[in-house]
Design a binder for this molecule. Structure first.
Ligand code: PRT
Ligand code: ZN
Length: 290
């Protein structure tokens, strides 16, 4: 009952494609429950005041700019191409890719000058035009909405500009990547000037997203250490405040529990071993509120 009276945040998500799974997974990790959404265009959560609109990714910036949706998850590539008035709330770290120029494998490339005045096929005309213009060159841009990679082989263009992740599409079409014009990931965007009640809901959502992201970067680590090493190990691994230290039944030994950053993980494991740590266990953290 209380939820009905509250304001509801409407989020635009990609209906089907490379952003959908990551978007739904993130919301699930944020504890937002929703029933199966296959095939439907709208949905709602049973435990958070949020409802869903499922759209083509290209339409998401427009829906958010117009306020039909309050927030949305979209690739930065689409966001920048569409140039709609939305606010970037948070980078989400999934669906990473790059927008790159590619040319036939047997051709030489000596910088963007090699493509000056040439035909380029792309689904991102604005971004490509801007990239050429910023460097003082021009391109004849052919906007196509799909299968961009076949454009050189059918004689439509000398080069393409398309999204790349593994690079295998380019490879199997006899193309090579020569220049990246944008690195992209999924981002959370919002309508500018959301009313306060919706701002509050968005803040609650962002708080949860940050807890999930923090957890992803950290691991919980447990180890047995000789008592004389406790001081040094505590300095090496300060954890969130300071590590938990508990005596072991074996005389002269303690167990230390703390949090370790994924990026420094291997380096720190080496140090810990040198300090005499044994029986090191590393376990994932699901959520982390700092
Ligand atoms: O139907 P709708 O319009 O919603 O979907 P769409 O077909 O336009 O988009 P979709 O689902 O393919 O991609 C959605 C978003 O995912 C993109 O806007 C990017 O932000 C992100 N993303 C991440 C990618 C890729 N990786 C990607 N590899 N989008 C497309 N690709 C394509 C690329 O266009 C090329 O055809 O994958 C191929 C290259 O992949 P590799 O691995 O062979 O290099
Ligand atoms: Zn699309």
């Amino acid at each position: 009952m209380q939820q009905l009276m509250e304001s509801t945040l409407r989020i635009a998500l990609q209906k089907k494609g490379r952003l959908s799974e990551g978007s739904l997974e993130l919301l699930r990790e944020c504890g937002i429950k929703f029933s199966s959404v296959t095939g439907s265009l709208r949905g709602q959560s049973s435990n958070f005041p949020i409802d869903f609109l499922f759209l083509r990714d290209d339409d998401i910036p427009g829906y958010v700019a117009d306020g039909v949706a309050d927030i949305g998850i979209v690739g930065e590539n689409v966001l920048l191409e569409k140039q709609k008035e939305v606010e970037l709330v948070k980078r989400l770290g999934f669906s990473r890719c790059r927008l790159s120029l590619a040319i036939p494998r047997n051709q030489e490339y000596q910088g963007l000058a090699s493509l000056d005045g040439q035909d380029i096929a792309t689904s991102y005309p604005r971004l490509v035009e801007e990239h050429f213009r910023r460097q003082g060159y021009t391109a004849r841009i052919h906007e196509i909405s799909g299968s961009v990679e076949i454009a050189p082989s059918i004689g439509l263009a000398q080069a393409i500009c398309d999204l790349v992740s593994s690079g295998s599409t380019l490879l199997s079409n006899g193309l090579k990547e020569v220049e990246t014009i944008l690195k992209s990931e999924a981002v959370l965007v919002s309508t500018p000037g959301l009313p306060q009640a919706k701002q509050n809901l968005l803040q609650r959502l962002v708080f949860r997203i940050e807890a999930v992201q923090q957890a992803g970067n950290n691991k919980y680590i447990l180890m047995n250490v000789p008592n004389e090493a406790i001081q040094r190990i505590t300095e090496t691994l300060p954890g969130m405040k300071s590590p938990t230290v508990m005596p072991l039944a074996a005389e002269g030994w303690s167990s230390i529990h703390t949090v370790i950053n994924e990026n420094e993980f291997w380096e720190q494991i080496d140090t810990l071993q040198q300090l005499g740590a044994q029986g090191i266990l590393v376990v994932p953290i699901e959520k982390m509120i700092v």
